[in-house]
Design a protein around this ligand. Structure first.
Ligand code: C2O
Ligand code: CU
Length: 485
């Protein structure tokens, strides 16, 4: 049955050429993990923290002796780590030095729709876009990436992505926090290279590009020198299509301390954490002096076709070696309490909406930038029931809010899904009830997106739009940019 369904999936989306799942290139860990620089910023006269980002093309040596044309922000590949405190006002001055339109979306950020950087905020070549907002959410590992409709996969795949860390000095449990030392960003992305060393997007398989080369912050075969007893990894699945189940090669336990939207209530001991595209996990792992361990991704345990496809077959993928020094500095133990998460109660919800993902459609419709799919009243709490019966892999991402998983098929979610989330993996055939509150930023003229975060699916229409309004307001979208479909 598995093989038959696989064949069906592949025949549904190919031009008939034979497809094999790629095997992962072997890794020797001989390159230090690149750490994205922390972005410089200035504070202007009004007290606003101002970042400058320039999207540009360049070339990068990602594989030894190979020069690849890549895109990046303020550099040739990926982007700097933006960092701001809760309560701060920030402005991003985003300049487009590419030869084509792009956008920058602040994934996981609670902010007005016209600042969101989705398909309705195009930045033409040579132009600068200046969104500004107040950071008003818990400390978290967020990220930013382009979102031009139909082109998101290509822009992200070429290298446009970076982290956006939110700090909250008033709620800062003692976790490793020295950036790049014991608090380490890990952006995981798979690539496939053509003969001449360029990124190849050629893919006839579901669920999209499953590259044979997995990079961490753009480094292939990365190691990180650990100098403290505990190290915190902020892992982002920045891949376009591949899902990972991260763990260590010796199966050591680690503590999950944070999910997409912030810290968990308490640390959760685990040996595996599954991350689909767009999801983040903050984990803390302990090392003994002189030892090493490898962060890798294991094959899926579900055994269903969708996850086989999502993970790219039986591949075990080595991502990052951690090497402990002979002497390690003391780390404070992970606190038993990390954050207060106010649970949203089912009784508070006034609206329930259903979303069924099938092939490239949500509720039977393909993305249309001129159509408002859902109208939400500001201040309301809603339950979104999301499911798919596809033998394809999907996840579900909602802009503007962090949601809580109320239940899955009526059962309490597993502990790793009890924190704040903005993206959730959809196991086929299961019904996810997500609860969320739309606190503020009513604007009848601007839309937020919800979509599958497998970027090819999203580009091919698996996306919809919602507008947050004051009671009684009718949405009236500002005219959609002409150069998108
Ligand atoms: Cu990470 Cu709508 O995107
Ligand atoms: Cu999908």
């Amino acid at each position: 049955a598995l093989v038959a369904a696989l064949a069906l999936v592949l025949s549904a989306c190919t031009d008939g050429s034979p497809t094999t799942l790629r095997t992962i290139a072997p890794v020797s860990f001989d390159t230090p993990l690149a750490i994205p620089p922390e972005a410089e910023s200035r504070v202007d006269a009004s007290g606003t923290r101002v970042f400058e980002l320039t999207a540009q093309e360049g070339s990068t040596e990602l594989l030894p002796g190979t020069t690849t044309t890549t895109w990046g922000y303020n550099g040739s590949h990926l982007g700097p780590t933006l960092r701001a405190e809760r309560g701060e006002r920030v402005t991003a001055e985003v300049t487009n030095h590419l030869g084509e339109m792009t956008t920058v979306h602040w994934h996981g950020m609670h902010l007005p729709a016209r600042m969101d950087g989705g398909p309705h905020q195009p930045i033409s070549p040579g132009e600068t876009w200046r969104p500004t907002w107040e950071v008003d959410q818990p400390a978290a590992t967020l990220w930013y990436h382009p979102h031009p409709h139909g082109e998101t996969e290509r822009h992200v795949y070429l290298g446009l992505a970076g982290m956006f860390l939110i700090d909250d000095p008033e709620a800062a449990p003692a976790l490793p926090s020295e950036y790049g030392v014991d608090d380490v960003p890990v952006i995981v992305q798979d690539k496939q290279f053509s003969q001449d060393g360029q990124f190849s997007r050629e893919s006839v398989q579901e669920p999209g590009i499953l590259g044979d080369t997995v990079l961490a912050n753009g480094t292939f075969g990365a190691f990180h020198e650990v100098t403290t007893e505990l190290v915190r990894l902020r892992v982002l699945n920045g891949s376009t299509a591949r899902t990972y189940a991260f763990g260590f090669d010796d199966d050591r336990e680690f503590q999950l301390v944070g999910s997409d939207g912030g810290l968990l209530a308490a640390p959760l001991p685990l040996t595996r954490i599954r991350l689909s595209p767009g999801e983040r996990a903050e984990i803390v792992v302990a090392l003994d002096p002189g030892e090493d361990t490898v962060l890798k991704s294991y094959p899926p345990e579900l055994g269903d076709v969708a996850s086989e496809l999502a993970f790219g077959g039986e591949d075990t993928i080595e991502v990052l070696q951690l090497r402990a020094a002979e002497e390690l500095q003391d780390s404070e133990p992970v606190p038993v309490e990390l954050a207060e998460i106010e649970p949203l109660a089912e009784e508070e919800a006034t609206v329930t909406r259903e979303f069924t993902l099938a092939s490239r459609l949500i509720n039977g419709r393909s993305m249309d930038v001129d159509r408002v799919d859902e109208v939400v009243e500001v201040g309301s709490t809603e339950i979104w029931e999301v499911s798919t019966d596809d033998p394809l892999m999907h996840n579900f991402h909602v802009h503007d809010v962090q949601f809580q998983v109320l239940d899955i098929d009526g059962e309490a979610p597993p502990p790793e899904l009890r924190g704040l989330k903005d993206t959730v993996y959809l196991e086929p055939g299961r019904r996810y009830r997500l609860i969320m509150r739309f606190e503020d930023y009513a604007d009848p003229s601007a839309a937020y997106m919800y979509h599958c975060h497998l970027l090819r699916h999203e580009d091919e229409g698996l996306m919809g739009q919602f507008v947050v309004v004051e009671p009684g307001q009718t949405p009236q979208l500002a005219q959609a940019p002409p150069d998108q479909h």
